[in-house]
Ligand binder design. Structure first.
Ligand SMILES: C[S@@+](CC[C@H](N)C(=O)[O-])C[C@H]1O[C@@H](n2cnc3c(N)ncnc32)[C@H](O)[C@@H]1O
Length: 332
């Protein structure tokens, strides 16, 4: 378990961490994939393949043709440019949306633009979902390195949080610089309910007492960056940061019963197990529990083995896109 005082280690050190969880040398890749978009880390064997499996909640069809996060690195360019602003304004109207979607579908049929511009993929979302994204992207732009999550995973989570029924709040365990928090808050804004609580030490806390090396680039705390981004997105009144450890805040959670719990903090087996055990009781029956980084050995082991036959959850909807696994809280 992490110590209370994080220390900064280099990537080289990280991948050599001596822990019982790393008995299998193949698990050394864990730390490489742990930080796929960390700008300060050169990850030579990044194994993120980011193949989309299904997205089956509100889209008319699975977004199986979505590009991978590496392929869509250009996505950051669109929101930043004037053309991006025009594109969003156009898509914000019903006619423009239909026009842009037909155009993109046609050029994709010709085999063009298949591997770039993730914002195009958002055209497949229903108008309410798209409108929220457009508002968000006009305020903050996504670019590789901004957060730790590939865009197609962000979109899938966004859509589920938008659609999932219930009146409760949304809790994020592990917010880093607030990119995912903005998508959660935008989804809540679009549906017109749910407050978002963002729990994080903001010190780049990591498993086994380590810290993310890149937290040094934020002066040892990502809180200022987090606050800046939340303000940029206009979500100050919808997001409450809970600064501290997840186990501490589980005992002092100030919100309503949880409609969606998003777990993306300590990815060790013990860490994810503790987060589930400490927080599941706050989740309302029928509430959604989302685990990020299902590929990580600790997370995978917890979900596939420990949680497999646990009557407190049903494994539905399951694996939505690579690395994003969702279960539903039962009444047990
Ligand atoms: C993988 S990052 C979160 C990434 C973010 N959800 C995103 O996609 O941009 C993990 C975050 O969890 C926080 N964290 C890890 N273990 C924690 C713990 N036990 N208590 C509080 N925060 C923790 C770290 O400080 C870090 O900011």
């Amino acid at each position: 378990m992490p110590t209370s005082k994080p220390r900064v280690v280099s990537f080289r050190e990280e991948s050599k961490i001596n822990s019982p969880a790393f008995d299998d040398p193949s698990e050394a890749g864990f730390f490489v994939s742990a930080l796929p978009q960390d700008p300060l880390i050169q990850a030579p064997n990044n194994t993120f393949s980011n193949q989309i499996k299904t997205l089956h909640l509100s889209s008319d069809k699975p977004l199986s043709a979505r590009p991978s996060s590496k392929q869509c690195a250009l996505a950051g360019i669109v929101p930043m440019s004037l053309a991006g602003q025009c594109y969003y304004s156009l898509c914000n109207t019903t006619g423009g949306h239909v026009l842009a979607r037909s155009f993109v579908r046609s050029i994709r049929k010709l085999g063009l633009a298949r591997k770039a511009f993730t914002p195009f993929d958002a055209l497949e979302l229903k108008p309410q979902a798209l409108r929220g994204l457009i508002q968000l992207w006009k305020r903050i732009h996504w670019s590789p390195g901004d957060g730790m999550m590939p865009v197609e995973q962000l979109l899938a989570i966004y859509e589920y949080v938008l659609r999932w029924p219930g009146d409760g709040d949304v809790v994020e365990l592990g917010s880093w610089t607030g990119l995912t928090t903005c998508y959660l808050a935008t989804a809540c804004q679009q549906r017109g309910n749910s407050h978002v609580y963002a729990v994080d030490t903001f010190e780049g806390t990591m498993e086994f007492g380590q810290t993310y090396p890149s937290v040094a680039g934020f002066g040892g705390s990502t809180y200022a960056e987090f606050s800046k981004r939340i303000a940029q997105a206009g979500h100050e009144n919808r997001v409450t940061p809970l600064v501290g450890r997840t186990d501490h805040w589980a005992g002092e959670y100030p919100g309503k019963p949880i409609r969606v719990l998003f777990i993306d903090a300590d990815h060790s087996y013990e860490g994810v197990r503790n987060d589930f055990e400490n927080w599941h009781k706050h989740v309302e029956p029928g509430g959604l529990i989302i685990f990020h980084d299902h590929n990580f050995p600790g997370v995978k082991r917890f979900i596939d083995e420990t949680l497999r036959d646990d009557p407190r959850v049903s494994h539905d909807p399951g694996l939505i896109v690579e690395n994003v696994y969702m279960v539903t809280r039962t009444t047990t």
